[in-house]
Design a protein. Sequence first.
Length: 277
Amino acid sequence: MTTELDRGTIQHRTIDGMSQLEYFVYIPESYRDDGKILYTIHGISRNAAEHVQGFAAQAERHGTVLIGPLFLKENFPRYQRLGTNVQQERADMAFDHILQDVHEWLGVSPAPMRLFGFSGGGQFLHRYAMFYPKRVARMALAAPGWYTFPDPDRKYPYGLKSTKDWPQLKFSLEKFLQIPTLVLVGEEDDLRDKDLNRDREIDSFQGLNRIERAERWINANRNLARSYDISADFHLETIPNASHAYESYMVHPPFAEQIFEFLFEDLPKKRPTRDTG
């Protein structure tokens, strides 16, 4: 089916009948119609097209389709938390509609996903994985501002306890803890800038900046995994000379390749096709 689609160009797609659901897609010339897809989730700047553009070279090298959902502010102001409450516009459900469209359009079967999220996108991604761990094969988070901790005694979205806005929450932590997860934070992303959530509760148990919060979240997941006798695969790495700006990550030469290598390292490597003409 993808042979009829444009390859090598970034396309903007709106889901029929749902104008508020949009995404950007890049189908590389090297794609082999095998359903190899990377989903990249933007931060609060909502630069979905820039995400897709930034990974295009690696997509060609690895034969991977790129999908960049766009969560418009007017429809999904708190997409990072999956939504304002369980009854209003839910970013997780919108994402599921996008997934369905991708599968139908490309003619591929649903499979556990490989996902990257930056800043607010990293927040959305790890919460989505907590809600739906069976749908996620591997994930990479870059510079989330704060996290949902695997703590049943803290109210969502700080922890996993149900609230009036989010009643009857159910999580499969054992499944979530088995998802290989890479967290990346810029070595200069230790400032309390205007975009950082400086809520007192978050400061007190997560830390005062993105580096501290990443360390504590990873340790919390590792400790919980040990209590379940699970070998957790959570890693934290810092990116040299990177601040909180998306561009400061992407100009670091190994960054985009590092994301691809981690997300697809469990799949067999494919040799590029040879021109026999």
